[in-house]
Design a protein around this ligand. Structure first.
Ligand code: PLP
Length: 462
């Protein structure tokens, strides 16, 4: 597959070049020259395939020929030893994406990316430095994915006071080849510093640099896998049983598996995914899965107060703004990077036919966490609660006729484990069971360096 910059459709590069450089030389994002389609045999059997087999079939066309099939197979098996269960909760479905080592969906992208980088750079002498700006969860997932990988070091930039104590430990508690910078500014500042460093000629001469944000295609593509897997399952009329790691209080109404519920699975019906969004990498990956042929009806783009994209979908004019702090901090993005990629593939009209945008306040997010715990015995983290509430709003507006309004199966993506945001969730629910990976992270010591939100300060550190 060839990749082009969103700002220049003339010069194509390989997957290896697109992944390892992260950002195109002209400041654009790499997009595949075309979105491939699943072979008919794969498309029709998604509901019966193993997650790793779906990963193989989904990622393969994007990385051929640089990553041969056998190597890709090894990579997906070592990356994905955890699952993405599709559960019935109350009247709808929840796709739990938090069963990886850092308990957020970003593990899916970061773990594949680390393996792809390691493979693509086999035999290289010059060390690689990866720069990551994080609003919370990316930093931890990337740090965890690359921790101990030889020949690669990672520098994570995070906004001071805007990440949770646990997130900070996941980012700044590993040490070794991972270093952490606490930036006196917002996530947008962190992102700006990374972009500036990646574009700095003199720095590029001294260091081999790359980024690991969702602007990197090697993180984006593997995120299409869980959409295809979940859509296939729902289309086959199946959900998963509640797992051991699923934080649910026994006996809640949520023991309803979605079978007879309004927005539960129905065999032969395509699913609508509601995606709690910030930088819009996750939603872009969903669009890829849909284009590849997974049975997806459309998307709800759920945001917190940072509603740049919902406003764009409404008005047709895109206006990036400063980010606002909310309780769903991993989505505090006023200038979502991946929008440029969405716009490279789809016009405003096309987007409006498949995506509906909804913004949710902190108060509504809290109410939803409380209500779903009360009614279903199920813990939602603040990000997933934004998704749940956004879907509620569309349901209340009675938009069932409009595509992609809530009609037929509706799956909320649960992007983080609620224990990751215990300081918000527990005061309005009850004690959230902590998965072992998070318990271990909580015991780490934070080691980070504070810098002002200035490019010169960042360049000096590098
Ligand atoms: C990163 C993140 C999001 C937002 O995902 P994008 O791909 O940036 O839109 C939502 N929820 C959680 C928990 C996250 O970590």
């Amino acid at each position: 597959m060839r990749y082009f910059s969103t700002r220049n459709k003339n010069e194509g590069v390989s997957f290896a070049a697109a992944a390892l450089t992260g950002l195109a030389a002209d400041g654009g994002l790499f997009v595949p020259e075309e979105i491939p389609s699943y072979a008919g045999g794969v498309k029709n059997s998604l509901g019966n395939m193993d997650f790793c087999d779906i990963a193989l079939e989904t990622i393969k066309p994007f990385v051929t020929p640089e990553i041969p099939e056998a190597a890709l197979e090894d990579m997906v098996h070592s990356a994905y030893h955890f699952s993405a269960p599709l559960l019935g909760v109350g009247d709808r479905l929840v796709l739990e994406l938090f069963h990886g080592p850092t308990a957020a969906f970003k593990d899916f992208g970061a773990r594949f990316m680390a393996r792809a980088f390691s493979y693509l750079r086999r035999g290289e002498d010059r060390p690689l430095k990866i720069l990551v700006a994080t609003s919370g969860d990316t930093g931890g997932a990337v740090a965890d994915g690359f921790f101990g990988v030889e020949g690669i070091s990672v520098t994570v930039l995070y906004p001071r006071g805007r990440v949770s104590p646990l997130q900070e430990r996941q980012i700044a508690g590993l040490g070794g080849n991972i270093s952490a910078l606490e930036v006196e500014g917002s996530f947008d500042d962190c992102q700006r510093l990374v972009k500036a460093a990646l574009g700095d000629e003199s720095l590029r001469k001294r260091l081999t640099l790359s980024s690991a944000n969702s602007i990197n295609v090697s993180r984006l593509i593997p995120q299409a896998v869980y959409y295809a897997a979940a859509a296939g399952k729902a289309f086959a009329g199946k959900t998963d049983p509640d797992g051991e790691a699923t934080p649910r209080v026994k006996g809640g109404k949520g023991s309803n598996r979605g079978g007879g519920a309004d927005y539960g699975v129905r065999a032969g019906q395509a699913v609508t995914f509601c995606v709690p969004s910030g930088n819009f990498g996750n939603l872009t990956a969903g669009l890829y899965a849909m284009k590849m042929g997974a049975p997806i009806r459309g998307f709800i783009a759920a945001t917190n107060a940072n509603k740049t994209v919902p406003d764009y979908l409404e008005s047709g004019s895109y206006e990036a703004r400063l980010s606002q702090a909310t309780i769903s901090n991993a989505m505090d993005v006023g200038a979502p990077s991946n929008f440029e990629r969405m716009a490279a593939h789809f016009s405003w009209d096309e987007m409006r036919q498949i995506i509906r945008g909804v913004s949710v306040s902190d108060a509504e997010t809290r109410e939803t966490i409380k209500a779903i715990y009360r009614d279903c015995g199920y813990f939602l983290d603040p990000h997933s609660a934004v998704g749940w509430n956004a879907a509620d709003k569309l349901i209340k507006q009675g938009l069932s006729g409009k595509s992609p309004g809530p009609q037929g199966p509706l799956a909320i993506l649960s992007t983080a484990h609620p224990a990751k945001f215990a300081e918000t969730v527990e005061p309005i629910t009850a004690k959230v069971p902590v998965p072992p990976s998070l318990a271990r992270a909580m015991n780490r010591k934070v080691e980070s360096r504070a810098i002002p939100a200035e490019v010169s300060a960042f360049l000096e550190v590098l």
